[in-house]
Design a protein around this ligand. Structure first.
Ligand code: ZN
Length: 926
């Protein structure tokens, strides 16, 4: 026999698993799970590892339960990211080269070839497959494809024909995130920074400045009545530019942005910020006002100019106050224009003073600003002289007035910045014309999605609200791009379908991927897919037999049972895929469930490839072994919780697996006669089987491991203590080993395949039958007796530590029958206090006086500490404590090495004996 050698186990199992996980439609019921496929532009780290290992554990579990399980994988290569990477490598970008050469360890000869984006994709797809296989993922690799395969493009064309036919593909003008370097709209996947940024619509308020205008961007046009000054940054150089033929004074950044938003812009000259300070501007709604200096004005925010409303904007208030404290501009007073409940005349001043804020740099400024804005919007009203209307009405009215009479226009800007493209360029807002959209705003379509979500199993349950919010909030989605890899957009072939829009129903494509691969794309007309996926007949379908095979495959596997993905995809991909499914497939083929993951941390910090805070999955497998990596990733947290990779914890996981391996090898040949303790062990095992199964049914991988690994391990520890001196265990341990190995096989399949062989079992443990709890072996009476014994032994242990004398004897004093009565009465009562009062009305109890009330209190405390199932058993069956201890007398004497006396507490000469309670005898050590 060999020693624990994970590398050898892995090698051996991999050979035996060749083609083992390639399921075809069969008589058995199916279980189809899939994961959001990876974008292979870099090496996998341990965070990715969990994303694929959790579904593998679930796949292995259901396979052992007799299901035909499909777990496929493909690679998403659509879009601009790899093109960006290859461009950066071509121009020798230092950061990119360092990432690929040093972190991902791409050999120099290969790295040179990365100037071709498809080489990157090919290299990392192969690497992904290699590392996933090394992790033991039971994937059907026959079905692997990429989203740029010609046959896949035909499938996407078919999908889009249906979306178009349903009226969900529309054309319009729209502000989008845009990279001027790539000349392309930018999706979430294309961003280095700012993926939460939203496009906000600002009103530009036009102040007259000599022959020019100075536009300031605002979300609160109604506050024009309270403007006391403009803010300009004295250290910024602004520009004078002709915008649509009229001179504007704006920041240089704004000039560039306005060009992307349907304005013609020609820069005429530079204007230093200092030249603007202390000059005046005017607006018909606020009159003439001065321009004041402020360093906080960001030239990269909208027009780069800011109007100041110190009565209602805390930032403006405090900036003005700072200047005035230096004795400057002391003539300016805040001009209130809104009254709002809970604040005085000058809400900004109130808020700043109440919070005790001394400086504009105080981090709480953002919060109090939000509070003032929200209060004014919800409950504020303009003063009578400004029309007296509620803020929420006045805002739109003033905006409309400004647009109609005072030259205001709209400018789009992000709510948070910076927003940075993968190419390193700052992303801006551009208004795209003739842009194609998916009409996610369509109410009828949203309704269908909501209805389907209602019927789906969502794990964990809390994510349902987030899905509902996403469906309600989703707007039309720009679905084409000019640059990138992918499928040409059928109605404008200069464009491509963008990455999040060509990856919504590919789970259906997996069912046929291996059968369609070598077909001629030219014959894959929409009619062909209509037949495969919708069963629609049309004349002249080619290769009818093959199509029937694919139709059969689709009908067998679809709908999928569960889709797995990280929680940051709820707001896009996971919701989009439901939209697309309901638009295309009939009811019976709609998705059944989703499992949403938490995030991965590395030593407490967020994993990030670009920041170098990652641990590569392959390195982890090499260093610790695949089973250790698997067990740690699925056992340290439930899938939806965040997990934290720490090497020292991973090392202890490895030791646990080794312990399991040697424990089984020690036990498997035990041949002693079974005794009561074997019945106990068998009974406990049934409970662990039941609970492990239940946990995995609910995707609780951590809970399942607690039961199947640590639960059984701690039982065995007790079992060994309870075994008579003359033997190591009985022949019943053999069947425990068999069940234990099978329970752990989904988690640590390599070690389990090895042990399965050592147990002399036929075939692969990966396909062995999942253990089923045998009700006949459950023996509550024995379990309760051992529970009592174990707790008492623990008590003796702690008392021994406490008194620190060498004991000569141990006395166990048992509680009298009347205390058992008290215990049961209180345990059964829904209201413990009134139960005690009620009980004390009884004559016999009253006569016991303080002893009775003390016992009632102690029983109540004890009841809080005992597990509910133990209490239930005590009430139901009762327990003969004397018999339990009498039988275990020899065991206790062996354990503690002194004579053990069992006695009744009442009548005992020991004062301590009065403390005896049911299930907690008094212990006297002498
Ligand atoms: Zn870019």
């Amino acid at each position: 026999m060999t020693e624990f050698d994970p590398g050898a186990f892995e090698h051996q199992a991999q050979e035996r698993w060749q083609h083992a996980f390639e399921p075809d439609p069969a008589g058995a019921e199916k279980f189809y799970i899939n994961v959001a496929y990876p974008y292979p532009s870099g090496a996998m780290h341990v965070g990715h590892g969990r994303t694929y290992i959790v579904p593998d554990v679930i796949a292995r579990f259901w396979r052992m339960r007799g299901r035909q399980v499909l777990y496929p994988m493909a690679f998403h290569v659509t879009g601009a990211p790899v093109i960006g990477i290859s461009k950066r490598i071509a121009r020798q970008d230092e950061n990119t080269i360092r990432l690929y050469r040093d972190l991902y360890r791409v050999p120099p000869g290969v790295l040179e070839k990365f100037v071709d984006p498809l080489t990157i994709v090919q290299y990392f797809s192969d690497e992904y497959q290699r590392v996933m296989t090394a992790c033991g993922l039971s994937i059907d690799w026959r079905r692997r494809f990429t989203t740029v395969d010609p046959t896949y493009s035909k499938f996407i064309e078919w999908q889009w024909k249906h979306l178009y036919g349903a009226g969900y593909v529309i054309k319009g003008a729209h502000p989008v995130r845009y990279c001027t370097y790539d000349e392309n709209p930018v999706g979430d996947h294309d961003l280095l920074e700012g993926d939460k940024a939203e496009v906000i619509r600002f009103t530009l308020v036009m102040f007259t400045y000599g022959d020019a205008v100075i536009p300031t961007a605002t979300l609160r046009p109604e506050t024009i009545y309270g403007v006391t000054n403009l803010w300009v940054n004295p250290s910024v150089t602004y520009v004078r530019a002709l915008v649509d033929g009229r001179p504007w004074v704006i920041s240089r950044e704004a000039a560039e942005k306005l060009q992307l938003q349907d304005h013609t812009v020609t820069i005429e000259s530079d204007i230093p910020g200092t030249d603007l300070i202390d000059t005046t501007v005017s607006h018909p709604l606020c009159g003439e006002i001065p321009i004041l200096p402020a360093e906080f004005v960001d030239p990269d925010m909208a027009s780069g100019m800011v109007m100041s409303v110190p009565a209602h904007a805390p930032f403006d208030y405090i900036a003005l106050r700072d200047l005035q404290q230096e004795g400057r501009y002391t003539g300016i007073r805040p001009v209130p224009l809104i009254t709002v409940e809970g604040y005085g005349n000058v809400p900004a001043q109130d808020a700043v003073e109440k919070a005790g804020i001394a400086s504009q740099l105080d981090p709480r400024m953002e919060t109090i600003t939000q509070e003032v804005y929200s209060a004014e919007f919800a409950k504020g009203r303009l003063l009578e002289q400004y029309g007296g209307r509620p803020v929420r009405v006045a805002r739109d009215e003033v905006a409309a007035l400004m647009a109609a009479k005072y030259g205001s226009v709209v400018m789009y800007e992000f709510d948070t910045r910076p927003v940075v493209c993968r190419c390193g360029n700052r992303v801006k807002v551009k208004i795209l014309h003739d842009q194609w959209f998916l009409k996610y705003s369509d109410p009828a379509w949203k309704k269908q999605v909501s209805d389907q979500l209602q019927e789906m199993a969502l794990v964990p349950a809390e994510v349902r609200a987030e899905f509902d919010r996403t469906v309600a909030w989703l707007k039309d989605w720009a679905c084409t791009r000019r640059v990138g890899l992918g499928t040409r957009f059928p109605w404008d072939t200069t464009q491509l379908i963008e990455p999040l829009s060509d990856s919504t129903i590919y789970m259906a494509y997996y069912t046929i991927a291996h059968r369609i691969r070598d077909m001629d794309p030219a014959i894959l007309t929409p009619e062909v897919f209509d037949y495969i996926f919708l069963g629609r007949e049309s004349p002249g379908l080619p290769e009818r037999d093959r199509l029937d095979g694919m139709r059969n495959e689709f009908l067998y596997w679809y709908p999928y049972n569960f889709r797995f993905s990280a929680k940051d995809l709820i707001s896009n991909h996971l919701t989009f895929q439901i939209f697309h499914h309901v638009a295309i497939f009939p009811k019976e083929n709609l998705p059944q469930g989703m499992v949403v993951f938490g995030m991965g941390l590395l030593n407490g910090a967020k994993m990030s490839s670009s920041k170098g805070n990652v641990f590569l999955l392959e390195d982890a497998v090499k260093e610790f072994g695949a089973d250790t990596v698997r067990m740690f990733l699925v056992g340290s947290a439930e899938p939806w919780q965040d997990f934290d990779w720490r090497n020292e914890l991973v090392i202890s996981t490895k030791k646990q697996i080794e312990r399991f391996y040697s424990a089984v090898r020690e036990m498997k040949d035990a041949g002693g006669e079974p005794s009561d303790i074997d019945l106990w062990l068998a009974s406990r095992l049934q409970e662990h089987i039941r609970k492990t199964t239940e946990a995995l049914d609910n995707f609780q991988t951590r809970q399942a491991l607690q039961e199947s690994f640590f639960g059984i391990e701690s039982d065995l520890k007790w079992y060994r203590r309870r075994c008579p001196d003359d033997r190591d265990g009985s022949r019943m341990l053999g069947s425990l080993c068999s069940a234990w190995v099978r329970l752990l096989a989904p988690f640590i399949p390599f070690t389990c395949e090895r042990i399965w062989q050592e147990l002399g079992k036929e075939g692969l443990v990966s396909f062995a039958e999942w253990p089923v709890a045998d009700e006949k072996l459950i023996n509550r009476r024995i379990e309760l007796a051992e529970e009592l014994l174990l707790r008492t032994a623990d008590d003796i242990e702690s008392i021994k530590k406490l008194i620190q004398i060498t004991p000569k004897s141990i006395t166990i004093a048992l509680a009298p029958a009347w205390k058992h009565g008290v215990f049961k009465t209180i345990a059964r009562a829904p209201d413990k206090n009134s139960a005690i009062r009620e009980m004390m009305k009884d004559d016999a109890m009253r006569r016991r006086g303080k002893a009775a009330t003390d016992a009632a209190k102690q029983c109540t405390t004890l009841l809080h500490r005992l597990p509910p199932q133990v209490i239930e058993l005590i009430i139901k069956d009762g327990i003969n404590e004397r018999a339990v201890f009498k039988q275990a007398k020899a065991f206790l004497e062996r354990e503690f090495g002194v004579p053990v006396h069992i006695t009744d507490a009442e009548g005992s000469p020991h004062a301590k004996a009065t403390a005896a309670l049911p299930f907690k005898p008094a212990i006297v050590i002498e």
